[in-house]
Design a protein around this ligand. Sequence first.
Ligand code: NAD
Ligand code: WQD
Length: 334
Amino acid sequence: MRVLVTGGLGYIGSHTCCCLLDAGYEVVVVDNLVNSKIEVVDKIKTITGKDFTFYQEDVCDEKALDKIFEKEKVDAVIHFAAYKAVGESVSMPIKYYENNLGSTLKLCKVMKKHGCSKFVFSSSATVYGSPKTLPIREDFPLSTTNPYGSTKLMNEQILKDVVIANPEFSVVILRYFNPIGSHESGLIGEDPNGIPNNLMPYIVRVANKQLEILSVYGDDYDTEDGTGVRDYIHVVDLAKGHLKALEKANKDEGIFYYNLGTGTGYSVLNLVETFKRVNNVDVPYKIVGRRAGDIAACYADPTKAFEELGWKAEKGIEEMCRDSYNYILKQMEK
Ligand code: NAD
Ligand code: WQD
């Protein structure tokens, strides 16, 4: 089976390409390198010992997509390509709507033309807004608080309408919780440009002294220690979920929604303490005010993914902390 992976050189996409190649899938990657590096192509090949085809193209470019589909005869699409910085989406909403919606629209159009009807989409726990109860199930009400989140929710709506109009389509929507960690080789991982927005990349930079001190955004939430609680999931577990989603898309027509999380929440201070212990490093921090738009706690009920896909997260928080740091240490060796 030949799978087109958009955004396949990015953080989650590159790990998923490794899992796909390991499992014997043929892989075609389309990425415009807007948030990734060309070296990742060779790193994926080194990790897997397998070859794949790479196109440096924009997924919003319908003509380029059409040519790729004509040549490659792909059976399914996994669509990772998107912009993902929440803060930037508030100041540059048009950029976000254009890329995150335009890419899906063009893909669906070209897929239909070429008779490709299996689609796995990267959604996010952000579509649950501020949940009233926890853990979060897939049938909870949906809402968003920023343009990035709105692009995910609108994509879900677009795909629902595509399936209604095209009953032969199979769409699997995966709502990721908070991916961290990296491949055990230390060759691929998350290394954002500039000052990181997300917690784990920030912790890593403080640990290796590229940044001085971590600001913990609030210790007055209604949580165990007052700091925010999230469902951190190892990126390799997350990547494996995409193979299960492909199997589902191959088996059943319609649209299906799954939470990909561990089901366990950890506070900011839990994560910092675990990181320090397993990596034997210091991570100085200070408590500052809450970050606008943050919620107190967010973790998944991952039961549906287990029952219907046979997927569950296997790696624990210690492995996530170790692998996140290992990647950066390997990068620094270069
Ligand atoms: P990433 O930025 O590392 O990867 C995205 C990749 O897509 C990059 O390689 C980028 O160059 C590419 N890209 C972006 N726009 C493109 C376009 N128009 N044409 C071609 N390539 C394009 O992000 P990630 O963390 O791997 O996230 C992957 C997906 O998962 C995204 O859709 C993101 O919104 C979603 N998601 C991520 C998280 C997270 O915390 N990382 C959580 C929930 C959902
Ligand atoms: C986690 C916790 C912060 C940084 C975001 C997006 C979401 C999804 C994943 C794509 C919170 C605290 C953070 C820092 C801190 N992305 N924190 N100091 O906000 O749960 O989710 O990324 O879909 O849409 O909103 O993740 O890693 O930013 O924050 O104290 O420097 O760490 O307040 O409690 P978040 P995060």
